[in-house]
Design a protein around this ligand. Structure first.
Ligand SMILES: NC(=O)C1=CN([C@@H]2O[C@H](COP(=O)(O)OP(=O)(O)OC[C@H]3O[C@@H](n4cnc5c(N)ncnc54)[C@H](OP(=O)(O)O)[C@@H]3O)[C@@H](O)[C@H]2O)C=CC1
Ligand SMILES: O=C(O)CCC(=O)C(=O)O
Length: 531
């Protein structure tokens, strides 16, 4: 497939007339061909108009047809072959095995949403049959299902050019819900975006769907991205990226005549708590395991363990010695973009210059442009509690270990944290009482609580929560990974006394779709109301 530097608007491909830009290979700093033309107001208008035109038709596609569409996107992505991996490597600096794994995750995610669509429980069909003889007042026939919100704007993430980008989790869940999608591609990987975008566009055509189900725009976030979020036909937003970008988009969305939800995944330092018995039993192994998680992918995961908390003492020293030794041998690795690299260098310099912080270890010296040299720092609970600068995420392989004098200080540090995607406990049986005391705090702070593991590497499944209170996300009630993500793009509608022949199939007598439905308070696969 040739990368042409073109945006995809419905069934057409066109070159934007705004400022031309190139992807940069972060491993060399060289500009990659071809150039991409940024889009402008006309392309936003066209993409949104087509999406709106497609909406009513697409949201009522049968469950089987929609599932086949998602599976076709997955097949088309695989059919691109190695060209996709080669281009993504050049645009992101990420290594081949990581990108091959990410492609598998992307395709698996689309197939998982196909299964979810077919199964249909996300429609949450509820039926409260009429009670005409109820006293003192009769009850009407009331039936509820969920419908798609409307066209969704998706912002591709820099750190997952496949799994959180053009056909990533936000797009898969929005399409599964019945929402057309307009993607604002991340400017760091436009070639990868075009390849994937063409795979989606081809699936729209071969599945006979309205062309506006999918469009892909290039250009500046603050112009074309903000214009997309402001467009009245867009009804929700999915975003993964910086706190500043995410907050800015929530403000654009809130300032609209009709405010809309923004599901922005932004910033998290993912505290890891080393409890005393676990630390005593395996401090060295924990130190090595921690550095493995910290340095994976140059630390460019929003689940990266950026903060470690433990009681001060000899066992923590053992952990720190092992971690420092492992980290000291860690090779530098290329970061995603010159901008992300510059932000990392600046963040590390800032924390290293903090008088309350000790530099415990740095990784091997860098040998090429835009490389991340890992860093491990320590400080005290007292310093952490009094200096909000120590709470800030440094995107990359840098982490801060806080020495806590006692459990009360550890708890105070946790209480002071902002919202998190994850919180990790390393514990043994003898730590159970401490865990019991900390769990209520962790539940308030984080979307996912782990025991004896590391937070990087998110499973895509039904039970996953990849979310959390602000600033981990802008809306803690949901997740951006896993099948529950579909809920972000749905809303309930209740049908009162609507004749059976006019009801959506999901709610008709006889249960023609064979759905799990709550009928008169009882959840059942079939049964009640004639089905
Ligand atoms: N939470 C997480 O998982 C991640 C966090 N980050 C953090 O973000 C920093 C920068 O990384 P990056 O990936 O470029 O993230 P950004 O938030 O800068 O960009 C993400 C996307 O949003 C767009 N955008 C940014 N700001 C705005 C805005 N004000 N209005 C509308 N659209 C906007 C960008 O457009 P454009 O193409 O113009 O840049 C891009 O498409 C990192 O150093 C890191 O701190 C990064 C990746 C993931
Ligand atoms: O750790 C993962 O697999 C996912 C992390 C993530 O969502 C992110 O970095 O944006």
């Amino acid at each position: 497939m040739t990368i042409r530097g073109e945006m995809l608007i419905g069934a057409t491909a066109l070159r934007g007339a705004e400022t031309e830009f190139h992807a940069i290979d972060p491993a060399t700093g060289a500009a990659l061909e071809p150039g991409f033309g940024g889009g402008g107001a006309a392309e936003v208008e066209r993409a949104c108009a087509l999406a709106w035109e497609a909406f009513d038709l697409y949201r009522e596609t049968g469950l089987e047809a929609r599932a086949v569409f998602l599976e076709t996107i997955a097949a088309n992505i695989l059919a691109i072959g190695d060209e996709l991996i080669v281009r993504a490597m050049a645009e992101s600096g990420l290594p081949r095995p990581r990108l091959e794994g990410e492609r598998g995750r992307t395709v698996g995610q689309l197939r998982l949403f196909a299964r979810t669509v077919r199964e249909g429980s996300w429609l949450e069909a509820r039926i409260d049959p009429a009670q005409p003889t109820r006293a003192p007042l009769p009850r009407a026939d009331l039936r509820q299902r969920h419908i798609a919100l409307g066209p969704v704007a998706v912002f591709g993430a820099s750190n997952f050019p496949l799994a959180f980008s053009v056909a990533g989790g936000d797009t898969a869940s929005a399409l599964a819900a019945g929402c057309p999608v307009v993607v604002k591609a991340h400017s760091a990987h436009p070639g990868t975006s075009e390849l994937i975008g063409r795979a989606v566009q081809a699936a729209v055509a071969s599945c006979g769907l309205p062309e506006g189900v999918f469009s892909l725009l290039f250009g500046s976030g603050s112009r074309i991205g903000a214009a997309l979020v402001a467009d009245p036909r867009v009804k929700a937003v999915g975003f993964t990226g910086s706190r500043r970008g995410g907050v800015s988009l929530t403000q654009v969305a809130a300032a609209r005549a009709e405010p809309i939800p923004v599901y922005a995944e932004m910033s998290s330092i993912n505290p890891v708590i080393l409890l005393s018995a676990a630390l005593a039993a395996r401090a060295e192994a924990l130190g090595a395991g921690f550095v493995g998680s910290l340095t994976m992918g140059a630390g460019q995961f929003c689940t990266n363990p950026g903060l470690v908390l433990a009681l001060d003492g000899p066992d923590l020293e053992r952990f720190l010695t092992a971690a420092a030794e492992t980290l000291g041998g860690a090779a530098p690795s290329t970061m995603l973009t010159p901008g992300i690299h510059a932000a990392y260098v600046e963040g590390v310099a800032r924390i290293a210059a903090n008088p309350a912080v000790e530099v415990l270890a740095r990784g091997q010296q860098t040998v090429g442009p835009h490389q991340c040299r890992p860093g491990l720092f320590t400080s005290s609970a007292e310093a952490f509690l009094s200096d909000p600068a120590l709470h800030e995420e440094i995107f990359g392989a840098a982490s801060l270990v806080i020495r806590c004098p006692d459990v009360a200080a550890l708890r105070a540090v946790l209480e002071r944290l902002e919202g998190q995607l994850t919180a990790t406990l390393h514990m043994d049986a003898a730590d159970a009482d401490a865990v019991r005391a900390l769990l209520p705090v962790l539940e308030r702070k984080a979307g996912r609580i782990l025991a004896n593991g590391w937070p990087t590497g998110v499973e895509v499944c039904d039970a996953m929560v990849h979310g959390g209170p602000f600033p981990a996300t802008s809306d803690s009630r949901t997740t951006s990974v896993g099948t529950l993500a579909i809920r972000r793009f749905l809303r309930p509608v209740c049908y009162q006394d609507i004749p059976d022949s006019l009801l959506p199939e999901a709610l008709r007598d006889g249960n023609p779709l064979g759905l799990w439905r709550r009928v008169d308070g009882v959840l059942a696969a079939a049964g009640g109301v004639g089905g």
